[in-house]
Design a protein around this ligand. Structure first.
Ligand code: SAM
Length: 235
């Protein structure tokens, strides 16, 4: 697989947008701890990129045991941060049944996976999770303000207002694009098909894009407003 990611895409963005990073990190914490009601236990992060969120979680006492990341550039950066990284696509990685407490995808790695493969991957996660284990999917929903602006920017060239506003809340224009833009309802249907029946959702980045980085935002329940949403399924 050609490596389409550079760690600079993420490092530069996070340095320049510390409050967006903080809001997304707070959402991730709420998702994997079910709002502070569980220990995360043996935890796998899928598509961790540079491992920056996982390093921030570690500073708060939440340890990720394993990272699965296919990009050589990003996997190297995660390893440099001290994580146990398997450089692979999640669909090619086997785990023992009932061996994991928490699987999370922060930043939409599932949006790079076609539906047939994703059905298999979710079914495998259901088997790999211990009873009451948690699968958390964090994503920019297609109909959210940020989702619409990102998708609109694909069709726009030259100077324009959408791209200008988008640059206040999104990565560099040449950061690789998520291939599949699915709604919360579509993910829920895929998760139900995989065996999950207990669900929760939290959201953040609910302001206009130009205010996302002004201050860290507190996540709230639901998925219909935020430009960054955590869909959580419990086994
Ligand atoms: C938008 S980046 C998010 C990176 C990081 N988690 C963050 O939130 O900043 C999506 C990540 O998913 C990874 N990815 C893409 N397809 C994947 C797959 N099939 N299995 C695991 N990771 C995948 C990419 O290499 C990339 O690191």
């Amino acid at each position: 697989m050609t490596d389409i990611f550079n760690h600079e895409y993420f490092d530069d963005f996070e340095r320049e947008h510390p409050n967006i990073f903080a809001s997304k990190l707070a959402l991730l914490k709420i998702a994997i701890t079910l709002d502070g009601t569980r220990d995360i236990g043996y935890t796998v992060s899928v598509g961790a990129g540079t491992g920056s969120y996982e390093a921030a979680l570690r500073e708060e006492g939440l340890e990720v045991q394993r990272i699965v990341e296919p990009s050589a550039n990003l996997a190297a950066e995660s390893r440099r941060r001290g994580f146990n990284v398997t450089k692979a696509l999640i669909q090619n990685v086997a785990f023992e049944d009932e061996s994991i407490d928490t699987v999370f995808y922060n930043g939409s790695a599932f949006g790079f996976i076609d539906e047939t493969t994703l059905k298999t991957v979710f079914r495998q996660h259901y088997q790999q999770l211990k009873p009451t284990g948690v699968l958390a999917l964090l994503d920019v929903p297609p109909a959210s303000a940020l989702g619409l602006a990102v998708q609109a920017s694909f069709a726009l060239t030259g100077e324009n207002y959408v791209t200008d506003v988008l640059s206040q809340s999104w990565y560099a224009a040449d950061t690789p694009r998520k291939t599949y833009w699915r709604t919360a309802e579509q993910y829920r249907a895929l998760l139900e098909e995989a065996g999950f029946s207990s669900f929760a959702a939290w959201q953040t980045l609910r302001k206009h894009l130009s205010y996302h980085n002004d201050a860290p935002e507190q996540a709230v329940e639901g998925y219909q407003e935020g430009s960054y949403v955590a869909l959580v399924a419990r086994k």
